[in-house]
Design a protein around this ligand. Structure first.
Ligand code: NAD
Length: 291
């Protein structure tokens, strides 16, 4: 199927990156959010990130202007109905995602492929509540989207081959690499990554190390480019907690129980970089550990 227009729901950290890479690859993008402020911030950030790519000679100034011209923002969700492919990338809460799909369904063209960038929620369950489970799948980008090479493509139980092949074609047009994953909680990357981050938070909670020593240990001792707590702040602690809860509930194994300290940070609204504070405080010149 020929995809020309891509609708992106949610203009947060992931949504703006998805709009960015889609526009550079030549797709027309309809970017939606409930918040006008989020849309304004997203466009400003896309411009800034594109300018950085121009200054590094990765793209030309003309390509940047053409990409920006391909992005239309809207707070009106039904406008996305004319898209050939929709990537839902709103807050990681099933009730929110459900409401978005319910509101979109009456306005969709029959051929439209619906996807979700969810990090952990069951694709099969989301799909089953739509009128097109065969044209529904997981389209899971990594953060930051313009930089990271991988996209996980997740088939629900009903996803048909043309839908999978069409999404694979989009990933290839983006110049990225797809990994095919089955629809089990948190798929591949987060099934492995999140328990490691959660264990790092337990290590902090139990006083085995502090924020700096835990991050340094994994950077210098395991050659990770970023420590697990810095990475958690980067992903968003609310997103990390939501994924651990999905693993815990979906696999019913106590080894996935979220660390109480992770819950505490989320309760405090210390969600990481996006809220200015998490395992590090980002409000000054340099990030400062909060424990
Ligand atoms: P975020 O908090 O940065 O952004 C979420 C955006 O969704 C906000 O701008 C919010 O206003 C918007 N939103 C909320 N309700 C909405 C609605 N009803 N309609 C339209 N917009 C709505 O979150 P994020 O990190 O961009 O995560 C978005 C999705 O991407 C989640 O499903 C998350 O699991 C997934 N994801 C996140 C990461 C990551 O590293 N943060 C990586 C891969 C996938």
């Amino acid at each position: 199927m020929d995809i020309r227009t891509v609708g992106v729901v949610g203009a947060g950290q992931m949504g703006n990156g998805i709009a960015h890479v889609m526009a550079i690859a030549g797709y027309d993008v309809l970017l939606n959010d409930v918040s006008a402020e989020a849309l304004e911030k997203a466009v400003a950030l896309i411009r800034k990130n594109l300018e950085r790519q121009v200054s590094r000679d990765k793209i030309t100034a003309d390509a940047m202007e053409a990409a920006l011209a391909r992005i239309t923002t809207t707070q009106d969700l039904p406008t996305l109905g004319k898209a050939d492919l929709i990537i839902e990338s709103a807050t990681e809460r099933e009730d929110i995602k459900q409401k978005i799909f319910d509101a979109l369904l009456p306005h969709l063209a029959p051929h439209t492929i619906l996807t979700s960038n969810t990090s952990s929620i069951s694709i099969t369950r989301l799909a089953s509540r739509t009128d097109r489970p065969e044209r529904f799948m997981g389209f899971h980008f990594m953060n930051p989207v313009p930089v990271m090479q991988l996209v996980e493509l997740i088939r629900g139980i009903a996803t048909d081959k043309p839908t999978f092949d069409t999404c694979l074609g989009v990933v290839e047009k983006l110049g990225k690499t797809a990994a095919s994953a089955e629809d089990f909680p948190a798929f591949i990357v987060n099934r492995i990554l999140m328990p490691m981050i959660n264990e790092a938070v337990y290590t902090l909670y139990e006083g085995v190390g502090n924020v700096r020593s835990i991050d340094e240990s994994l950077k210098l001792g395991a050659n990770h480019p970023m420590g697990p707590l810095a990475l958690a702040d980067f992903i968003g602690l609310d997103t990390c907690l939501a994924i651990m809860n999905v693993l815990h509930d979906g696999l019913a194994d106590t080894k996935y129980r979220p660390c109480p300290l992770l819950t505490k940070y989320v309760e405090a609204g210390w969600l990481g970089r996006k809220s200015g504070r998490g395992f590090y405080d980002y409000r000054g010149e340099e990030p400062v550990p909060t424990r």
